[in-house]
Design a protein around this ligand. Structure first.
Ligand code: AP5
Length: 191
């Protein structure tokens, strides 16, 4: 399996972060999560974090301008030159188009979009369970459902954006973590 540019798509709680960590290890490429980077900025109370906190706590999307800036800086780092796994970015059509322009400018591209399919009530349960363990500020039921609504409106259309280039591979996400991981590797090998 060669290294390449991979986008993970999936609703909140679909398992993007969990699977990205495993896949990044297998492929030896960086896992790039805008959610993790934004949470780090919030924790550090940086200017970006101060702007993003209330938006994230409400389950809304941080502005394209901020997120594209963060992603651009990260993707230009040397370790992304041989491949990368994007988790939680792009999330809007504007972000997807900006990402394509950015990658073209640095001689990279998206080779595959792995779309994790899940059932909504199952992932609400997963996230409520995580709330008990980790206490993430946006893991309460009202905010989880708002994140899912935002995903359906803003992010799901990206499936069409990447399908138009035949880049989408669907992976069922309700099986165990190792089973989903195996399915992702198989989907990548077949891509
Ligand atoms: P982000 O951090 O990207 O959150 P999300 O998309 O809501 O996704 P989650 O992290 O909740 O879920 P996941 O799919 O990664 O699943 P995970 O592996 O964690 O974004 C947070 C916020 O930041 C956004 O709402 C927005 O405000 C902002 N933001 C981020 N990126 C942005 C962007 N590009 N543009 C604008 N705003 C942006 O798993 C979830 C739980 O399930 C875990 O407890 C895990 O252990 C468990 N689990 C995983 N897989 C399985 C399995 N197969 N079986 C059982 N349990 C499982």
């Amino acid at each position: 399996m060669s290294s390449r540019g991979i986008v993970l798509l999936g609703a909140p709680g679909a398992g993007k972060g969990t699977q990205a960590v495993l896949l990044a290890k297998k492929l030896g490429v960086p896992h790039i999560s805008t959610g993790d980077m934004l949470r780090a900025a919030v924790a550090a109370q940086s200017p970006v974090g101060l702007k993003a906190k209330a938006v994230m706590d409400a389950g809304q999307l941080v502005s394209d301008e901020i997120v594209i800036g963060i992603a651009e800086e990260r993707l230009k780092a040397d370790d992304a030159a041989d491949g990368f796994i994007l988790d939680g970015f792009p999330r809007t059509l504007g972000q997807a188009e900006a990402l394509d322009r950015l990658l073209e400018g640095i001689g990279l591209r998206i080779d595959c979009c792995l779309a994790i399919t899940v059932d909504t009530e199952g992932i609400v349960k997963r996230l409520l369970k995580r709330a008990e363990i980790e206490g993430r500020a946006d893991d309460n039921e009202a905010t989880i459902r708002e994140r899912m609504r935002v995903y359906a409106v803003e992010t799901e259309p990206l499936l069409g954006y990447y399908a138009a280039r035949s880049l989408v591979r669907e992976v069922p996400g309700m099986d165990s973590v190792p089973e989903v991981s195996d399915a992702m590797v198989a989907a990548l090998e077949a891509a």
